[in-house]
Design a protein around this ligand. Sequence first.
Ligand SMILES: [Zn+2]
Length: 86
Amino acid sequence: MNNKINAVFEDNLKEVLIKLKLLDPINNGEIVCRVCGDVISLETIGCMFPLDDEVQFCCDKILCIQKIIELQSTIRQIAKERIKNE
Ligand SMILES: [Zn+2]
């Protein structure tokens, strides 16, 4: 990821977190990584994704992000199968 994209990502991220009312919980150390359970800070957010109608977070460890990508492709696969079967 190049620096320009990174900077935009960080600006947008804060805005999104404020909109979702998640900036305070993150600053208070109330949000943990869905995969490893580590407390997430603004510096260690690896990704965020919707699950069970809630926003879930994953830290920036490669292993955790990989797990989430696998999980997301599984969810997408299930969704596709469902659409196919309808
Ligand atoms: Zn993690």
